[in-house]
Ligand binder design. Structure first.
Ligand code: SER
Length: 314
């Protein structure tokens, strides 16, 4: 098998686990990790690692040629909360990194791309529950605008140039191995850390803010699933809706209380409340289930159990 993978943004929350997963599947030398910053020790030691600025098109191409890369997973992005603070920087990173890999695929230098989109492509005018695959999309955040634009470009490159690009709209992702950076859904990770440390948590979203979420293992399986599916099954070249669970801060707190009965949650909304209010509460992912057999496994209580058990060990 000639497959050789480059992961861009490998030191981040998703990249770290995706790199380990793919190295385990295909062998450590088949998976080159890259990021603008160094990652954790496991990631750096377990296979090739390169410092890479995803917006530098020559540098990306150089690594692709040098390692004879066939597939790129582009995980580098500025997330919703940080992007509101640095709009132009977010646009530059989120869009130019995508063009760099789309152009390499157009020029037949790579065969396949994975690029993540997000529930942030939806906006305040989108139907909030069981949000369909195709619906009104008027995102009101910089991050959402960049992801929606990216989806349009992915589909354009697929139609015009035959680029094999695959994408899913991740919900909020929860994991214990690497901390997230700058997202609105990050509270659902922080809450576990604070519960174990202080037995209390002050949430920046209000109690009733229901958002679509997913445990990282499910997200990695989805990512691998869509990439390994036969090309003809991928009928959507913008991005697939993907769902795991939906919950609000009160419900995750109740789940934590089953393990830590004295745990207390308080609320102090900040600017992220408005971002969260613009997003759907639940997602209809029927197309992903039909086209490439997606199925989520992990529920809120199962996730809480995994998070608490593993964070305790750390
Ligand atoms: N988890 C992301 C964020 O909160 C949404 O894709 O920004």
């Amino acid at each position: 098998m000639k497959k050789r993978i480059l992961i861009v943004g490998a030191s981040g929350q998703i990249g770290t686990e995706l790199t380990a997963f793919l190295r385990n599947k295909f062998g450590k030398n088949k998976v080159v990790a890259s990021d603008i910053k160094e990652g954790n020790e496991d990631l750096m030691k377990a296979g090739p690692f390169e410092i890479l600025d995803a917006t530098d098109c020559d540098a990306v191409e150089d690594i692709v040629i040098r390692y004879e890369i066939t597939e790129v997973y582009l995980m580098a992005a500025m997330l919703s909360a940080t992007a509101e603070k640095f709009p132009m920087k977010a646009w530059d990173l989120n869009m130019n990194s995508l063009f760099n890999v789309l152009n390499l695929a157009r020029d037949k230098k790579i065969d396949k791309i994975f690029w993540p989109s997000s529930i942030a492509v939806f906006g305040p005018t989108t139907v909030k529950t069981d949000t369909p695959q195709r619906t009104i999309m008027e995102p009101s955040t910089v991050y959402g605008i960049s992801k929606q634009t990216g989806e349009r470009w992915c589909e354009y490159y697929a139609n015009k140039y035959g680029v094999d690009v695959r994408s899913i709209r991740y919900p909020g992702l929860i994991s214990y191995k690497t901390l997230p950076g700058g997202g609105t859904t990050d509270y659902a990770i922080d809450i576990y850390h604070k519960a174990l440390k202080h037995n209390s948590y002050t949430c920046f979203l209000n109690a009733q803010t229901t958002l679509p979420m997913m445990f990282m293992d499910d997200a990695i399986r989805a990512t691998f699933g869509i990439m390994e599916t036969k090309k003809e099954h991928i009928k959507n070249r913008s991005s697939y809706n993907l769902a795991g669970m939906s919950f609000n801060p009160e419900e995750i707190a109740a789940s934590i209380k089953k393990h830590l009965p004295d745990f207390k949650i308080g609320y102090k909304e900040d600017f992220r409340q408005e971002i969260a209010d613009s997003w759907p509460q639940s997602i209809d992912d029927g197309d992903a289930r039909n086209d490439w057999g997606w199925k989520h496994l992990i529920s809120l209580d199962e996730m809480t159990e995994i998070m608490i058990t593993n964070l305790r060990k750390q």
